[in-house]
Design a protein around this ligand. Structure first.
Ligand code: PMP
Length: 287
């Protein structure tokens, strides 16, 4: 079924949507994105994603082309027009398409940002077979740039990392810098030891996950102990449980790191409980 997508103010069948070959998103990865999950046809944590979008755009000196209400309206229109019950809305804003390729930023008075949104359905989002089994990760060097807090569309290394994992029979990769885990290729990383949830503190080294913020809040409300600090690969292999979080996977248990099984090799009780809490609470607060 052909989707209806949004490009620069228009709702169009996906086959008719066009972006210039001079777009700086295409030529230079000069753009940012967000992924907002849809459950029961409603948006999960829309305000968290809107706030991070504003921050990413601000860090790159790109003017936000729409206010909160306008962004919300486009999200809702696409969810409705494509009848999305379970899935996501992807949005991307680039610095636009000046006439020529040039390293110098174009004048924002004459080159408007490009705005693209589309939906993807995923019926297995909540009742995920992967979440029941848990995923396996391998560790790889984190060779990304130094502003990982900005959600840019430069996703080549994360994409290569995921392929390195798959080639080794794993599901995903955790990236490592100076011996400590930064994050997963498309998620934040956590270990649990003696009932304490340990995850790297926020900095420019990692993306400030919207799911991370929600999960840490729910964990604290449930009287779980949270430690925001670096952890090493050895510490992770010796953990009782581990998991990752992202808008599209919620809380996903990790059961193996570099071939070392954690605990019994099945999803642990705290990660499983956090997944349930996250889904229940997010459903209640969806817009
Ligand atoms: N880290 C990275 C590198 C990511 O790409 C993502 C998902 N886009 C996350 C963390 C998780 O962020 P969120 O919970 O906002 O989806």
């Amino acid at each position: 079924m052909s989707r209806i997508v949004y490009v620069n103010g228009d709702y169009l069948p996906e086959g008719e949507a066009k972006v210039s070959i001079f777009d700086r998103g295409f030529l230079m990865a000069d753009g940012v994105y967000e992924v907002t999950t849809v459950i029961d046809g409603k948006l999960i944590d829309f305000d968290g994603h809107f706030t991070r979008l504003e921050r990413s755009l601000g860090e790159l000196d790109i003017a936000n082309p729409m206010d909160r209400e306008a962004w919300l309206e486009v999200h809702r229109q696409l969810v409705a027009q494509n009848a999305v019950e379970l899935g996501m809305v992807y949005l991307q804003v680039t610095r636009g398409a000046p006439g020529d390729r040039d390293f110098i930023f174009p004048d924002p008075e004459t080159t408007a940002p490009t705005v693209v949104l589309f939906t993807q359905s995923n019926p297995a989002l909540v009742d995920s077979p992967k979440a029941k089994k848990g995923i396996k990760v391998v560790t790889i060097d984190d060779i990304r740039w130094g502003r990982r807090d900005i959600k840019t569309v430069q996703l080549l290394y994360p994409s290569m990392g995921k392929m390195m994992a798959i080639k080794q029979g794993a599901d995903d990769a955790w990236m490592v810098q100076d011996g400590a885990v930064t994050e997963g290729t498309s998620n934040n990383a956590y270990i649990i030891k003696d009932g304490r949830i340990i995850t790297r503190a926020l900095s420019n080294d990692i993306l400030h996950g919207i799911t991370r913020a929600a999960v840490l809040r729910f964990a604290q409300e449930a009287q779980m102990q949270v430690e925001e600090r670096n952890f090493t690969v050895d510490e992770a292999k010796d953990a009782d449980e581990a998991f990752v979080t992202s808008a599209s996977t919620f809380v996903m248990p990790v059961v193996e790191i570099d071939g070392t099984k954690l605990g019994t090799g099945a999803p642990g009780p705290l990660a499983t409980r956090l997944r349930e809490i996250y889904i229940d609470e997010s459903r209640k607060a969806a817009l």
